[in-house]
Design a protein around this ligand. Sequence first.
Ligand code: ADP
Length: 244
Amino acid sequence: MISIHNLHKSFDQLDVLKGINLQVDKGNVVVVIGPSGSGKTTLLRCLNVLEEPTKGVISIGDQTLDFSRRIGKKEIAAFRRETGMVFQGYNLFPHMTALENVMEGPITVKKENKDEVRKKAEALLGKVGLGDKKDFYPFQLSGGQQQRVGIARALAMEPNVMLFDEPTSALDPELVGEVLKVMKDLAAEGMTMVVVTHEMRFAREVANEVIFMENGFVVERGGPEEVFGAPKEERTKEFLRMIQ
Ligand code: ADP
């Protein structure tokens, strides 16, 4: 479903991604871990071209972009539709209800029929456990509820892949579980996911593969048992000791 080949990203003189290679099979969940500043967010943002890679090739679904050549806006827009992204902050439109937030993309971007979009959006809010909150505005919802609206909003665009950038790190501890539960359910349904998170229990339970990044490189990768239980690289061991 995802194939990343020799992905580089620099900001001026700063090389942030230094040749990332990654394959994610359909239905698999990859969890990306690593110290702050190692390039995890930049990798996710490159996957939906919120940042334009300096070079490399990314394929998602049946779309491929080769960043060593010039790419048109239309190609980027089509590519972006392969993925839905959930951010650390909730990024909901404050003046729209939960339902309107979820309906916005399919109506404005995909020009879908409003009645059908409403039905789909209501079903998605039900799926994330917010069927009774559809007419609430973001300020009337807890952080965990807002983040679940954010997940429903991304799903409304019917992406092939969901990208999560530390989706629970801004939440009070008691609200983390409800968001992770929605993500676990999505994984169990077969959604392909790339998740940047510090939630190691989630990674152990849900990830097919864990990737440890440092300084723009993938330092170690493997199943959660291998990476958490028997890390090979000294830097991975050190990171795991620090966060546990
Ligand atoms: P992580 O998610 O692992 O904490 P990031 O991908 O956010 O790491 O950042 C990696 C490095 O790239 C950091 O040194 C950060 O300061 C730098 N960086 C990220 N975005 C930008 C940007 N838009 N302009 C300049 N530097 C950036």
